[in-house]
Design a protein around this ligand. Structure first.
Ligand code: SF4
Ligand code: SF4
Length: 342
């Protein structure tokens, strides 16, 4: 299971650098004045934007649902271990991120923008200079602090009820890379054809934040950066240890790809053993769900009860339960199947 890989990311080079294949933009969102609630969703569909924080949900629908929100939250609480692409984009491409944020806020009528980031004083001080008109809110960097529901909980001071969405509380939460994509389209007329991502091979110390074309095969990234990938020894992870999945060399980079990690197989896989009823998965679930019980119900096909469906709807497949399980039980993979029963 990828979720149990232990990597000492502290030894890696500064993750804040971003290798971009073009110069930074010079103009400032000339179309911002023309943005309004009627035209903005169609513009987002036209540029092909989906949630680039990993959800893949069409952004136009999210914006339409959030009309009337008072606050836009720029979600930069990047908490997947070793993935720092949101941070790199925030620090290196502020003009695009700010343009996308202002446009989104204007479209839904939000008068307040909060930049949500991890609690790192140096980072916060740099961001204050780059985004002077955003309020900065800091969050734990412990996974899964960047989940929308947990951000909402901190901002409102209350646990959102099951099934609640941020717009029901007056918030629109947008990922940094999605906002960058909006800004890129507004400033330069470039639709969603690029994907910023972290490319890393921890066992060799290789670590880079880069921008690549959507659709490029992972093979090309591995070869271009001369990574010594050997399928007998390594496994490819698309989008992190916690929420990510195993990828093949010829898989393309998608709009939702946060990272490509080349990991050693011997650290990535361990066989499942029987549950020891330790309760660690229940204790670790950030939503207070009962992962083992849910997974047992999925395995036994007992998925019709309202209680099961309520908990399953809440679960956002963060993988924390799998990560803490001492028996390496693939809880989150089973819960993914449970989602199909809803
Ligand atoms: S994946 Fe596990 S820890 Fe995460 S929300 Fe679902 S049940 Fe809870
Ligand atoms: S953490 Fe693993 S071993 Fe412990 S109760 Fe949950 S499923 Fe069982």
């Amino acid at each position: 299971m990828l979720r149990r890989v232990k990597i000492d990311w502290a030894d890696l080079p500064d993750p804040r650098n971003l290798e971009a294949p073009y110069p930074p933009p010079e103009r400032l969102h000339p179309g911002l004045n023309e943005i309004n609630a009627e035209t903005f969703p169609a513009f987002l569909d036209e540029i092909g934007l989906v949630g680039m924080g990993g959800s893949g949900f069409p952004t136009a629908a999210k914006i339409s649902a959030a009309l009337g929100a008072h606050t836009l939250v720029v979600n930069g609480v990047e908490c997947e271990p070793g993935v720092t692409i949101d941070q790199a984009v925030l620090l290196n491409q502020a003009l695009w991120v700010a343009a996308g944020a202002h446009a989104s806020a204007k479209a839904v009528g939000a008068t307040h923008i909060i930049l949500a980031v991890k609690n790192d004083p140096d980072l916060v001080s740099e961001l204050r200079g780059l985004y002077p008109d955003f309020e900065i809110a800091t969050f734990s960097e412990k996974y899964p602090a960047g989940a929308e529901k947990l951000i909402l909980k901190k901002l409102t001071g209350k646990t959102p009820p099951p099934g609640a969405r941020p717009h029901q509380f007056g918030y629109l939460v947008q990922n940094v890379v999605s906002l960058r994509a909006i800004g890129r389209a507004l400033v330069d007329g470039v639709p969603v054809i690029e994907r910023p991502l972290t490319l890393a091979m921890p066992s060799t110390g290789f670590y880079k934040n880069i921008i690549v074309p959507v659709g490029v095969p992972i093979r090309e990234l591995v070869e271009r950066h001369e990574l010594p990938y050997d399928p007998a020894v390594h496994i490819l992870s698309n989008s992190g240890l916690m929420m990510g999945r195993e990828a093949a060399l010829d898989d393309p980079v998608e709009k939702t790809t946060l990272s490509i990690l080349v990991l050693r197989r011997d650290t990535a896989w361990r066989d499942e053993r029987p549950c020891v009823r330790c309760g660690a998965c229940d204790a670790a679930c950030p939503l207070g769900l009962n992962p083992f019980t849910l997974a047992e119900r999925v395995r036994k096909g007992k998925t019709n009860s309202a209680a099961f469906k309520g908990q399953m709807t809440e679960c956002f497949l963060c993988g924390v339960c799998s990560a803490v399980c001492p028996s390496d039980i693939p809880l989150v993979q089973t819960l993914e199947k449970g989602k199909q029963c809803l």
